[in-house]
Write a protein that binds this ligand. Structure first.
Ligand SMILES: [Zn+2]
Length: 90
């Protein structure tokens, strides 16, 4: 089973359970615009970037350039008390 160790020490599996509870997929809005009408889920899936979210720390490991390149790692940040977003989500 393929796996890696998060910065927090938690082990994240990249294979095994299907669907993988730690694996997420993302797609830019611009790339999504190339799809129209009814689409095949597999076609959409192939266009997505793979990322893993550590269930222990919340770190995001994003493989922007594919699995054969190192991922970018993002850590959650505490927002200042009273913080409000100025633009509500759609
Ligand atoms: Zn972690």
């Amino acid at each position: 089973m393929a796996k890696f160790v998060c910065l927090c020490g938690h082990v994240i599996s990249t294979s095994g359970l299907i669907p993988n509870p730690d694996e997420w997929r993302c797609l830019s809005d611009q790339d999504f615009e190339s799809f129209t009408g009814l689409i095949d889920a597999e076609d959409l899936y192939r266009e997505t970037k793979i990322m893993y979210r550590c269930p222990a720390s919340g770190h995001l490991w994003v493989y922007w350039r594919g699995f054969d390149q190192l991922p970018a790692v993002y850590a959650p940040t505490e927002l200042p008390e009273g913080w409000q977003t100025s633009t509500p989500p759609r």
